[in-house]
Design a protein around this ligand. Sequence first.
Ligand code: NDP
Ligand code: ZN
Length: 180
Amino acid sequence: SSVTVMSGILKAMNFAALKHSFQKRKDAAGTPYINHPIGVANILFFEGGVKDLVTIQAAILHDTVEDTDTSFDEITANFGSEVTDVVKEVTDDKSLPSAERKRLQVVTAPHKSDRGKAVKMADKIYNLRDLQKSVPIGWSIERAQQYFSWAQKVTNGCRGINSNLEQILDNLYSNGKIIY
Ligand code: NDP
Ligand code: ZN
């Protein structure tokens, strides 16, 4: 019912907001980090047409394990195993060197579930739009451009499950070059 859906979304939003409190994005404005997971869920729903509660909750929670003290068990206890499975698919192993993590995102993308692919695409759309607005603190323009090329390799492995998101990404890669 709509009450179940509302409670599921509010619970995920509140959980993520508490976990990400005090974290900021890498932009000069110091944007609160929670803007990002909320924005990724917003892209999925309004631009991707994704109406699946598990996917929306996973999007809201997608960076909690990677970037905070949250464990997968905690996600399961609060949101169930379906949500956890998707969060796992989009969580990097931070014990690996960053170059290896980036390589793994490219090679594992085609093997993710449809839900995992959708969250991955929306995540990259949000980050690429951020990069178009301003270069993160400490980044060269070349590094921002390299992020675009790498993101394209990752999202190419996510094709075939959501044409709306694919179209947005194609436009970002073709017309969306970085011009500061
Ligand atoms: P990234 O360089 O990949 O940082 C980008 C990540 O930061 C995004 O995926 C996003 O992740 C998050 N993020 C936060 N704020 C923003 C924002 N405003 N815009 C875009 N993304 C944002 O990760 P690392 O910090 O791990 O960097 C290490 C890697 O960077 C190395 O592997 C190396 O390849 C590369 N590098 C390149 C250099 C160069 O000059 N070319 C120099 C140094 C490193 P999320 O969705 O999780 O928030
Ligand atoms: Zn993210």
